[in-house]
Design a protein around this ligand. Sequence first.
Ligand SMILES: *[C@@H]1O[C@H](CO)[C@@H](O)[C@H](O)[C@H]1NC(C)=O
Ligand SMILES: *[C@@H]1O[C@H](CO)[C@@H](O)[C@H](O)[C@H]1NC(C)=O
Length: 474
Amino acid sequence: MIKIALLASALLVLALCQDVDYKVISDNMVLQRDSTRTRLWGTTTSDVVNVQLRRGNTVVDTYEAKPVSGRWELPLKSYPAGGPFEIFVKATTLRVYRNVVFGDVYLCSGQSNMEMSISQTQDAEKELQDTNYPNLRVFRVIHNDAKEPVDNVQGVWKVSSPSSLTGPWDQGFSAACYYFGRRVFKALNGEVPIGLIESNWGGTRVETWMSPDARKICNDTFIDGVNDPNEAGHMWNGQIVPLLKYNIKAALWYQGESNAGDERSAERYTCSFPQMISDWRAKWNVGDFPFYFVQIAGWNPGTNWPVFRLKQLTALKLQNTYFVTAIDIGDPTDIHPQDKQEVGRRLSLIALNQIYKKDVHYKGPTLKGIKSSSQAGTLTVRAELNDVVGNLTQKATPKCTTCCELGNIFKINTNKRQNVTPKGVKAEGNALVLEFDGTNDEVLSQVDYAMYPYPQCVYIDSATLLPVNSFRAN
Ligand SMILES: *[C@@H]1O[C@H](CO)[C@@H](O)[C@H](O)[C@H]1NC(C)=O
Ligand SMILES: *[C@@H]1O[C@H](CO)[C@@H](O)[C@H](O)[C@H]1NC(C)=O
């Protein structure tokens, strides 16, 4: 009995001396390159922490940190892309982190369409064969529904390989995130290590990813209740707060379905979504990092999704914020479309252009303005578009049933009629020109393009293969 008690207290002392192991700082991690805001941190009972960055037998740099109340933080010098390094951290104990590289770190967040793993998407077997890249690394944050902010996540950095990526939704790695990362990695000829951190949870609303500060600005008076990942702020507490010290290059976001399906939080999205972005940027304190998001995909039951997609775009008022659409790569009956390759491709185009300054087009055409005229019983509507590179051509969506029938793309309202479909549509340079039977005194009040839950047909730019973005012009 006494022996056991002694052993227990010895273990307790040991536990108290032990430095906390911050899981996101581990073997195989990718640290953000070219930045003086990349840091290591920890807790310890030691009053000094010595850190060495080593490459093989060479000590590249040494650092010393002085813990304050047991906590230490160490900003690193800026390092270019490269590695591998070992990092020796000597506090109460000695820790060695191996196979560490400097590169670009992306955070991938949102709900189930971001979480959906490679194994759940089309051509999974084939895709998983193309994953052996030693300098492409992934970290999956294990779900943590937390009522209060926590300072550690569970998870582990892994080197990209079939076995490290495969698995069901909450175990395999995010397909949208991975396809993005692999494209960027390859486009840079593998010269820049890429680190992908996924922190997401299916079925979550944006409110749960927001800090109390951000929710307050949007007058979100959500009252905390039962253990449900949709409770306000739980994802923020459990899956974002513990990452805030980890420097990132940019964030990718695929979320909104759960807000679209909830009237009150759909209404508030024009405040909450941009507010979440601004607040994340403020709290990360690594500058106004790029934020790229996905507009929710085509899906027949999503009655209010067309309008919700436009609400998502209010975030574009923030600088360094871009989006890709998925209206044409959805699934009419499945809220989880399997084509995540194209989502990743579109997101990668933004990064390649904006971050890596590559000469690629990343913007699908958007509405510039509407002109209309009425003559001899015909009402002509010209939708002028921005960012047209090639020719505008019709594309039936992959699982369409009525596809590119004329009534499936455009609808207008006038002072006399509602939901009028055109008798003819043609592309003229940067414009789509619609013709309607009409009367001379008819006044146009609204023009809709692709404002359907699951658009049957879209226009695409033949040079970029990006669709014209849905619009409603009043
Ligand atoms: C929040 O409430 C304040 C005070 O009533 C109001 O001025 C502000 O416009 C509201 N903000 C939003 C986003 O509704
Ligand atoms: C656009 O159409 C013109 C005329 O048909 C054709 O010559 C050209 O190759 C097309 N451009 C693209 C990018 O498809």
